[in-house]
Design a protein. Structure first.
Length: 246
């Protein structure tokens, strides 16, 4: 959801609370408090109709990753650098999930993937970054912090929690456009149709050479994946839920 929409909803809640106070109407006060409480957590309520688990308990709806991924008390994890991808193809959707990692972690949420083999997905997808920002060198920060569209758009601010704490991501994809909300705030958005170069982003920054296909030439539908243990740092996922848009 774009920042302007969130700001508009917040303004409505504030206006409703102000009107209720001026009127002194108990019913209006109660309504304003309810609306304000809902705005306190802008992430979606995944208990509502239309939401389904991204991966089944037996991983039967995932592309076989060689048995290296497993659920451990409702938490999905692996000890190797192997992605886990959906069998299903998704185009427009809202994806909501929680993530925790070890110090120094480097992982990601993989979207619109048309290739799913190890490492082959990298130039054929767009990745939302998961990283231990607190362990990152300043020189590596620009497009590699948590919430970034890796190699393309940095987050507007650092929202990731330190290693060992859970974080919540909500990713929305509609056509060429994608948005990322991290721990209650929208931190990045991108319009893939504006990225016609594989070397330079529209803002003039360099694109890593392994992202060898311009985003504008990539599909706007594909498999959804999560990246496994990259290096020596583990990563854990839970409450992975998706709501396709019709």
């Amino acid at each position: 959801m774009p920042k302007r929409t969130l700001s508009f909803l917040a303004a409505l809640a504030f206006f409703a609370a102000g009107c209720a106070s001026d009127a002194g109407d108990a019913d209006h006060d109660a309504m304003a408090e309810s609306e304000t409480a809902e705005m306190a957590d802008p992430h979606p309520d995944t208990s509502e109709p239309g939401w389904t688990p991204l991966f089944n308990e037996d991983l039967s709806n995932a592309i076989d990753a060689g048995g290296v991924w497993a659920w451990e008390e409702d938490v999905l994890t692996t000890g190797v650098d192997q992605g886990l991808f959906t069998q299903a193809i998704y185009n427009d959707f809202v994806l909501d999930l929680e993530i925790m990692f070890d110090p120094g972690a480097n992982s990601g949420i993989i979207l619109h993937a048309t290739e799913t083999d190890t490492s082959a997905w990298i130039p054929y997808s767009i990745e939302v970054q998961i990283a231990d920002d607190y362990a990152m060198r300043d020189s590596a920060r620009h497009h590699q912090e948590s919430g970034a569209f890796y190699g393309h758009v940095p987050p507007s601010e650092q929202r990731i929690n330190p290693a060992g704490e859970w974080n919540r991501y909500t990713v929305t994809a509609i056509g060429d456009s994608l948005w990322v909300m991290l721990n209650g705030m929208e931190v990045s958005e991108i319009d893939m149709s504006e990225y016609h170069s594989a070397e330079t982003n529209p803002d003039g920054t360099s694109i890593p050479p392994w992202l060898s296909n311009p985003l504008a030439e990539l599909a706007t539908e594909g498999h959804i994946g999560i990246q496994g243990k990259h290096g020596e740092s583990g990563v854990w996922f839970r409450n992975l839920m998706i709501k396709p848009m019709e």
